[in-house]
Design a protein around this ligand. Sequence first.
Ligand SMILES: Nc1ncnc2c1ncn2[C@@H]1O[C@H](COP(=O)(O)OP(=O)(O)OP(=O)(O)O)[C@@H](O)[C@H]1O
Ligand SMILES: [Mg+2]
Length: 266
Amino acid sequence: MKIWAVANQKGGVGKTTSVVSLGGLLAGLGKKVLMVDLDPHGSLTCYFRLNPDNIEQSSYPLFLHEGSVPENLAQKMVWSTEIEGLDLIPASSALVTLERRFGVQAGMGLVISKALAQLQNQYDFVFIDTPPQLGVLLVNALAASELILIPVQTEFLALKGLERMMHTLQMIMKSQGHELKFLVIPTMYDRRTHASVESLRRLRTSYENNIWPGCILIDTKFRDASCAGVPLSKLMPSSRGVKAYRSLLKYLVEHSISSFPQVNHG
Ligand SMILES: Nc1ncnc2c1ncn2[C@@H]1O[C@H](COP(=O)(O)OP(=O)(O)OP(=O)(O)O)[C@@H](O)[C@H]1O
Ligand SMILES: [Mg+2]
């Protein structure tokens, strides 16, 4: 079971879209996929037509047992989506209270790791969607994952936001002693704009060994797919956005994760 977190402290960069797109493609290939929503805003949860303001079966109850996860609890939080092979542990907006209660304090960082261990034999892939801020939820996602995918919008301030994320990864790695491998995914690329072209060039220079050589193009069809509540690959399998995610997936599967350099200790 491969566990990948999708993270960036910058909002609106394509985290949730990446989870849905990669999950949808893998399910379409016959893989068993679980998506876990750890964002109190619950965009991923809403995408699949569940209401984070009014949901009990979610990632929230996993955190209510002082850092341990009672037997079979993870299984009870899983919903299936209308896509075969694609399951979801949704978010509850109550997750926000955890950030207030625990912050990044020790002892609560391995809850998701323990929960996913209970589902070990049921899935080929797990994608964890994360909130755009540092706290107990992001720490849990990173600790559970063998690879962190970092979508970065190709725009003027991209590098600045990414530096902050790198700093966070270094901090978490130091405190957990957990090796973190990451891959930068340039998103929302628009070759007609100077800002996109220039920021992609700079990203590639600065993150030479940790950047996917392709990029996710800007494609308004992603919005149509979220309105329809299904992955874009289900709605328009030959759209350019789907082609881009398909090519990313191929890269991820072909390149052994161990070949990605880890975060340096700073
Ligand atoms: N490649 C793309 N082309 C065009 N629109 C996109 C693309 N990727 C994502 N979007 C749109 O941009 C918006 C933000 O994307 P998304 O919700 O995936 O970002 P996020 O990083 O998860 O945001 P947040 O930090 O708020 O959770 C959504 O409306 C989504 O449909
Ligand atoms: Mg999101």
